[in-house]
Write a protein that binds this ligand. Structure first.
Ligand SMILES: [Zn+2]
Length: 324
């Protein structure tokens, strides 16, 4: 770290000199730390983890980069925010511990709303507004396990679609899921600002898989070369399974196979299994000892999300199936 900036957001960080900087946006209770590498004029790549506080892959990856990355020929600016949602991360839970809100539904936020809304507004106006390319690192967290993917929003025009597809292709260990605009997300804010944006979803399942970290690491290295931020041989990328959803509801993970009541979830199928429509996927046993309720597949396809935590509340998503 050649230059540490301890001040907070009024600083115009976009005029920072060449080198590495640490900058806190916001204040001690509502804000986040960013590590900024300034190089020659070029793209501005923003990457963050822990939009949800129970997702550890992004923070782990970005902290490793902060500890080790020392580019000598950087073109452009790279901004890493390992933990965007500090309050939720500190509480080891998905949502903000005080207002209970989901940061991934709060964008673009407001300057005088709830803590979550103010955080969305701070990130959107102070950081995302200055980015040209954006990556939001998610995972299944403590409650879900996912067949890892990389995704983006379509509809921003041919050029942005192509840029986002190329960004997603860099994360070639993952399958790719394109879908329509959904409000409230970090990517929705990026979409509105015409920033090329992708998100990744790692396994989760209560931990951090080494292969997921390796996949993210490779993806970020590939992306820096793809954007021309660093020089290096163009990597040979593996073909990705690709699915584009037409209906926004299909990409709304919380809307599928909801638990019919509270109880204990018992799955019968594994992540990545291929199932037929109406296949029995599992059941929920009510805590009062009554009969269990079977869960049947809404559609045929591959299981890309499976509930990991056995204890469920009514309405918790148990499975998502995508035709891959
Ligand atoms: Zn998430």
């Amino acid at each position: 770290m050649t230059n540490v900036s301890p001040s907070s957001s009024p600083l115009d960080w976009t005029s920072l000199p060449t080198g590495q900087h640490r900058h806190r946006f916001g204040n001690a209770t509502l804000g986040f730390d960013a590590w900024i590498w300034r190089g020659a004029p070029g793209p501005v790549l923003l990457v963050n983890g822990a939009t949800h506080g129970d997702e550890y892959e992004g923070p782990t990856l970005l902290r490793q980069w902060i500890d080790t990355w020392n580019p000598t020929d950087l073109r452009g600016t790279v901004i890493l925010v390992p933990v965007l949602n500090e309050a939720a991360f500190g509480a080891r839970q998905r949502f903000h511990p005080v207002d209970g809100e989901n940061l991934a539904r709060a964008f673009p936020g407001t300057g005088d709303g709830s803590s979550t809304s103010q955080l969305a507004h701070l990130f959107d106006t102070k950081v995302l507004a200055h980015a040209t390319h954006y990556v939001d690192l998610h995972s299944g967290g403590l409650a879900l396990e996912l067949h890892p993917w990389v995704g983006y929003i379509v509809g921003g025009g041919t050029e942005r679609n192509a840029t986002q597809r190329a960004m997603a292709a860099c994360f070639d260990s993952f399958w790719c899921w394109a879908g329509p605009f959904l409000p409230g997300r970090t990517l929705s804010a990026a979409f509105t600002r015409k920033v090329a944006a992708i998100y990744t979803e790692c396994r989760g399942a209560g931990g951090v898989l080494p292969e997921d970290l390796a996949a993210l690491n490779r993806g970020l290295q590939n992306l820096l070369i793809e954007l021309g931020c660093v020089t290096g041989p163009k990597p040979t990328l593996a073909d990705q399974p690709f699915h584009q959803s037409i209906e926004a509801e299909e990409t709304h993970l919380q809307a599928h196979h909801p638990a019919p009541h509270a109880g204990t979830f018992e799955p019968l199928v594994e992540l990545r299994d291929t199932v037929e429509a109406t296949a029995k996927l599992g059941s929920v046993q009510p805590d009062d000892g009554g009969p269990s309720t079977a869960i049947y597949a809404e559609t045929g396809g591959t299981i890309v999300l499976r509930r990991y935590e056995p204890a469920v509340q009514s309405g918790d998503a148990l499975f998502v199936i995508v035709p891959l």
